[in-house]
Design a protein around this ligand. Structure first.
Ligand code: PHE
Length: 382
């Protein structure tokens, strides 16, 4: 079901209504610019999609309030991937063939971006993932971009954190074998940690959606590591940490950006205290631009504090608008070239410069869970 600009989470337009107002991809000067978005608005990773969408929509609304670009306003057409395998491909196909969007924004999860990327590539419709960090996403082809850092960097950041801050010599790694994000981040972490003289004494696996991690945690306990790295999404991270504490495992547990969601604290409860994860931004950042964004976001979304996905969603829409301006239109290949030339674009998550592989290089932030709250710990520059 498609949601069109402004109607998020309250009403849904019928497909024929959603596509009104534009004749398609080429677009004349007065026509609305149709941008597609696919996000996990419901299901297991619902907060990913909702946060990302709220940031993206805020940017689109601001662009429209300022008159749009090239004298044209935007219509954001949003599709829910339901956090389900297979959905991303089908909704993105719809956005391109039915709605004739000129670009696609999404997804948060790497696995779902990987599903949709070949469809955008084949249709020559630029896709910008706000926050998928697995390197393979943009490797799909030259129409696929992202505005965030990638996991070789994130893995390095957390390997250094384990060594220098946690003083861990021996780490257990617990991977979600069904999520490309988790498999990739585990690999990059191990490479760096071992290259720096650390040891990965035990590796255990599970599958997205699992609820019982006692067998894996028992094996980890037996190997007697100094810390546990669990690069997975928040639902599993919460359950893993809670069950670890129940088994008397009181080691530091840490993860990557997939941990970022208010639900982490609801699912894991008190057990989350003393855990850490890396992400893309902190709302505690004192920079004026960040604080202005936090205020605007709170005003728009009932006092909600924007998380990293919201900030990256916002930045992804602005990067697209900037490229449309420079391309002088929305023609796919021209827009692709303009996106590829993005340089020093100032956004909430830092400056976006897209490299030859269509990836951005940005600082990472480390968050600690303290007394049931997310607390900014440090920023790690690339
Ligand atoms: N980086 C994660 C992935 O690639 C998604 C994510 C981004 C989750 C930002 C939370 C915050 O799957």
């Amino acid at each position: 079901m498609a949601i069109s600009t402004g109607s998020i989470l309250t009403a849904c337009k019928k497909p024929d209504e959603a596509s009104k107002g534009s004749g398609g991809g080429k677009g004349s000067a007065s026509e609305v610019i149709k941008v597609g978005e696919f996000a996990s608005l419901t299901g297991k990773e619902a907060t990913f999609g909702q946060s990302s969408h709220k940031g993206t929509l805020l940017a689109i609304e601001e662009l429209n309030a300022a008159g749009g670009v090239l004298g044209r306003k935007f219509d954001l057409i949003t599709e829910d991937t339901q956090s389900k395998q297979g959905e991303s491909a089908s909704v993105v196909r719809k956005l391109i063939s039915r709605d004739k969007v000129i670009a696609v924004l999404g997804e948060v999860a790497s696995g779902r971006s990987l599903e949709a990327a070949p469809i955008c590539q084949n249709a020559k419709v630029p896709m910008i993932s706000p926050s998928s960090t697995n390197p393979k996403v943009t490797e799909v082809g030259d129409f696929v971009f992202r505005v965030c850092f990638i996991d070789p960097f994130q893995g390095t950041v957390m390997a250094l954190f384990a060594k220098n801050t946690l003083k861990a010599k021996n780490v257990a790694v617990l991977t979600d074998a069904a999520a490309p994000y988790s498999v990739g981040l585990a690999t990059f972490f191990k490479e760096k940690f071992v290259a720096d003289g650390g040891k990965v004494s035990v590796e255990q696996k599970f599958s997205s959606g699992d609820k019982d991690f006692k067998a894996q945690l028992t094996a980890i306990k037996a190997a007697n590591p100094d810390a546990i790295f669990a690069p997975c999404y928040y639902t599993e991270a919460g359950l893993i940490t809670q069950q670890a504490r129940q088994l008397g495992i009181n080691l530091p547990i840490f993860g990557g950006d997939g941990w970022e969601a208010p639900e982490l604290l609801q699912i894991g409860g008190k057990a989350m205290d003393g855990t850490f994860y890396s992400t893309h931004y902190s709302p505690e950042d004192k920079a004026e631009m960040v604080q202005t964004f936090v205020q605007k976001f709170k005003a728009r979304w009932k006092g909600e504090v924007p998380d990293a996905m919201a900030a990256l969603g916002y930045d992804s829409a602005l990067v697209l608008a900037d490229a449309i301006k420079r391309a002088g239109g929305t023609d796919g290949p021209k827009l692709r070239d303009a996106l590829a030339a993005t340089k020093d674009f100032v956004g909430i998550t830092g400056k976006t410069t897209l490299d030859a592989k269509r990836n951005a290089t940005k600082p990472a932030v480390i968050i600690e869970v303290k007394d049931g709250k997310f607390v900014y710990k440090e920023t790690v520059n690339p």
